[in-house]
Design a protein around this ligand. Structure first.
Ligand code: HEM
Length: 420
């Protein structure tokens, strides 16, 4: 089908015409769009929001460092209600100086050293989860890898980073589950409220009796600021902003990694030859994780940007105040950068595979990237080493895996596998 360049492309209609289900395979749609040009005005499926979608790699890199594309929703010509603003502004919603001061505060405590120091603990958690996975239920029955390993590992890590007490974890899991998969529409709001209250109490607790967790360090660093909201070197954040930051770290830090682990294992199990090569040579692991990031794109699109003034991308004019998304899924399969982009290949040269934009690019580049890489590498290696016969559950082929339909995040809703 011809994709017109000068009108809004309705992605749900395009998918119908192409006979593809974007929640199963959005990549066929991205290819269509990319062939017609690197940027399009689109109507998104499900939410029906209209925005510009950047699908070309070169244009995406340029857009993500273009100061005229702002993360500040206040620039939007058409404002929509944004619940997330109710819990303080977070660093993905602000630009330049304001962004810098929020980001520096986290970067100062979420250091490479802290992530390295987490390694033994992440390994221990992976061992415990894989032991339970191997020991649970009859050996010949399929087990869903998402609740068994992919989700609880990053969840446990983020709970430890935040210093969530053991006795609070059950409530905490229940609320965050209800936020991600609300049983009823009201349940999400109620759970969000409970989580917000919980985080506010947690911040207060860390303020009074801090420990050596990341949240205590964040609260200490913030409270050591000089209290000035302007001009000071280290201005203190308001409690709302601190809450917004904690919330962002929590939300950005677990489902994303869970998607990478589950989708990555799925990709490997569908490519048994490469799986065997990896088992035979663990020096391929880091490259394999990069290829999983490129091929699976656990975060399919950036947060919305807004045009602060009219801008032109590859000859297309975007008016001021318009929302723009960069499709990280599309750009990480751009054939200009990645030969045979739709093929999963753990042996791509590092200089090639590392050009993926799965963690974004520019000022908002993912601050959790080293942790996400560590979690995926340890989870996948531990699983494969201890489960030599791991394979997809009966009749499970690519098309039968249910992907969570969400324009921003993408990962298997479940991944039934056989252990013996
Ligand atoms: C596979 C796992 C992950 C992926 C694919 C991922 C992806 C991304 C992407 C694409 C962005 C940029 C969004 C944009 O520019 O609009 C981002 C930002 C961010 N990520 Fe991650 N992320 C992952 C894991 C994590 C983890 C584990 C944490 C923290 C514990 C984290 C914390 C953040 C934060 C705080 C930002 C905002 C940075 C800023 O605005 O300056 N992420 N992530």
């Amino acid at each position: 089908m011809h994709v017109p360049h000068d009108v809004t492309v309705d992605l749900a209609r395009l998918a119908d015409q192409e006979g593809v289900d974007p929640s199963v395979d959005p990549y066929a749609l991205y290819t269509r769009l990319r062939k017609a040009g690197p940027v399009h005005r689109v109507r998104l499926p499900v939410t029906e929001d209209e925005c510009w979608l950047v699908v070309g790699h070169r244009e995406a890199r340029a857009a993500l460092v273009d100061a005229r594309l702002s993360n500040d929703v206040r620039l939007a010509a058409e404002r929509r209600d944004d619940d997330s603003l109710a819990i303080g502004r977070n660093m993905l919603q602000v630009d330049a100086v304001e962004h810098g001061r929020l980001r520096r505060l986290v970067a100062g405590v979420f250091t490479a050293r802290r992530v390295r120091a987490l390694r033994p603990r992440v390994q221990q958690l992976a061992n415990e989860l894989v032991t339970a996975f191997l020991d649970g239920g009859p050996a010949d029955e399929p087990v869903d890898l998402v609740p068994a390993l992919a989700l609880p590992l990053p969840m446990a890590v983020i709970c430890e980073l935040m210093g969530v007490a053991d006795e609070d974890r059950e409530d905490f899991h229940r609320w965050s589950d209800a936020v991600v998969k609300p049983p009823t529409p009201d349940a999400a709001g109620a759970a969000l409220h409970s989580l917000t209250r919980y985080f506010a109490t947690l911040i207060e607790r860390k303020r009074r009796h801090g420990g050596d967790d990341l949240l205590s360090a964040l609260v200490r660093a913030n409270d050591a600021g000089n209290g000035s909201s302007e001009g000071g070197e280290t201005p203190r954040l308001s409690d709302d902003d601190l809450l917004g930051m904690v919330f962002l770290l929590f939300v950005a830090g677990h489902e994303t990694s869970a998607n990478l682990i589950a989708a990555g294992v799925h990709a490997l199990l569908r490519h048994p030859q490469q799986l065997a090569e990896l088992r035979a040579d663990w020096s391929l692991l880091d490259g394999a994780v990069e290829e999983m990031l490129r091929y699976c794109a656990p975060v399919q699109a950036t947060a919305f940007r807004f045009t602060a003034e009219p801008i032109t991308i590859a000859g297309t004019e975007l008016p001021a105040g318009d929302p723009v998304l960069v499709s990280l899924g599309a750009v990480s399969r751009d054939p200009e950068l990645f030969p045979a982009p739709d093929e999963f290949d753990i042996r791509r040269p590092p200089s090639e595979v590392r050009a993926h934009l799965a963690f974004g690019h520019g000022a908002h580049y993912c601050i959790g990237a080293p942790l996400a890489r560590l979690e995926a590498a340890l989870a996948i290696r531990t699983l494969l080493e201890r489960c030599p016969r791991l394979r997809l559950g009966p009749g499970r082929v690519a098309e039968e895996v249910v992907w969570r339909p969400n324009a921003m995040l993408r990962g298997p809703a479940g991944l039934p596998v056989l252990r013996a």
